[in-house]
Design a protein. Structure first.
Ligand code: AMP
Ligand code: MN
Ligand code: MN
Ligand code: MN
Length: 277
C-alpha cells in the first residue's frame, strides 16, 4: 500500500477547530494513512488521537509544533516521533501554557486600551484546557465585528508591530531542538517560506538549525507556488535536510487547506519518514 502522509496539523489542544478524534477521522476520510498531530507547544491531544488512530487503523506519529526564538525572531519547529512523556519536554510544555496565558493577559489588556473589552474571558473559554493562541484572539475579534476576517485581525491588531502585539520569549532554537531529539524525535523546520527571509537569512537560519541537530524541512506545505517549492527543495538539497510534507490544517472552514491534500515530495528529496521508526 502506498502511504499518504500529513505530518503537520492542529486540534483543539491548540488552535485547531476539531478535536483530536475528529482530526483523525477526517484524515482517514481524506485518505491519510500516516498522520502527525502537531499542536502548538503542547502534546495534550496525542493520547486521544492515538486512541482514535488505533480504532481506525491509522498510523499516528506523535508530534508537536514548538514556537522558538532565534536571533530575536520567532520560528516554528515541528517535532516528529517525539516522546510526550520525556520529562524535559513535558516540563517545557507545562511552562509554555503559563507563558501563553500571561501573554494572553497582556494582549487582552492592549485590546482593552483600544476599547475592545472582554477578550481574555472569551479566549480562555474558547481555548478550554488547550493552549491559548493568537488565532483565538482573531476569532474573538471577528465574532465581535471589530474586523471581518482573521487575516484582518492579524493585520490590524495581532501581527508583530501592531497595536495588540506582545513580544514573547520562547525557547531558543538549540534548546527546543534538544527537547525534540533527546525525546527520540526528528526536528523539522516548519513552513520555511512563511518567514519571508532573504536568501542570506535563510542560509544563516538553516546553518544554525543544522548545527543544533535539526534534520528536516517542510518541503511541501499548503498553498505553496511552484517557485517556492523549487526554492525549498533547493535548500533541502544544499543543507542535506530530509523533506517533510504537512498541510498545517487547522479548520474545515478554510477550503484552501485540507488534510493530506498535498503534492508529492520531489523524488530527489530524502523523505523525513525514513528517519522515523
Ligand atoms: P501564536 O502561536 O499564538 O502566536 O499564534 C500563531 C498562529 O496564528 C499560527 O499558527 C496561525 O495559525 C495563526 N496566524 C499567524 N499569523 C496569521 C495571519 N497573518 N493570518 C491568519 N492566521 C495567522
Ligand atoms: Mn496555528
Ligand atoms: Mn506554524
Ligand atoms: Mn502549524
Amino acid at each position: 500500500m502506498t502511504e499518504r502522509y500529513d505530518l503537520h496539523c492542529h486540534s483543539t489542544a491548540s488552535d485547531g477547530a476539531l478535536t483530536p478524534t475528529e482530526v483523525v477521522l477526517r484524515a482517514a476520510d481524506c485518505g491519510v494513512t500516516a498522520l502527525a498531530l502537531t499542536d502548538h507547544d503542547t502534546t495534550a491531544g496525542l493520547f486521544e488521537a492515538q486512541q482514535q488512530a488505533n480504532l481506525v487503523g491509522m498510523r499516528l506519529i506523535p508530534g508537536i509544533e514548538l514556537s522558538i526564538n532565534w536571533q530575536n525572531k520567532c520560528f516554528h519547529v515541528v517535532g516528529l516521533g517525539i516522546d510526550p512523556n520525556y520529562a524535559p519536554l513535558a516540563n517545557a510544555t507545562h511552562l509554555l501554557q503559563s507563558t501563553r496565558l500571561e501573554r494572553a493577559e497582556k494582549i487582552a489588556f492592549k485590546l482593552e486600551q483600544k476599547r475592545i473589552p472582554g477578550a481574555l474571558l472569551a479566549v480562555k473559554k474558547a481555548a478550554g484546557d488547550g493552549m491559548i493562541t493568537r488565532s483565538h484572539f482573531a476569532a474573538f475579534l471577528v465574532a465581535q465585528h471589530h474586523v471581518s476576517t482573521q487575516q484582518e485581525a492579524f493585520d490590524r491588531y495581532l501581527a508583530q508591530g501592531k497595536s495588540a502585539y506582545v513580544s514573547t520569549t520562547w525557547a531558543e532554537l538549540d534548546v527546543a531542538i534538544n527537547w525534540i531529539t533527546e525525546s527520540g524525535g526528528v526536528a523539522v523546520l516548519a513552513h520555511p517560506m512563511r518567514y519571508k527571509l532573504t536568501a542570506n537569512w535563510m542560509s544563516r537560519l538553516l546553518t544554525a538549525f543544522k548545527e543544533a541537530g535539526g534534520l528536516g524541512i517542510e518541503v511541501i506545505t499548503s498553498r505553496m507556488n511552484p517557485d517556492e517549492l523549487r526554492r525549498v527543495a533547493d535548500y533541502a538539497k544544499r543543507f542535506d535536510l530530509a523533506g517533510s510534507v504537512g498541510s498545517d490544517f487547522h479548520n474545515p472552514a478554510n477550503p484552501w487547506v485540507e488534510l493530506g491534500r498535498l503534492p508529492a515530495l520531489p523524488e530527489h528529496i530524502k523523505p523525513v519518514w525514513e528517519l522515523l521508526n
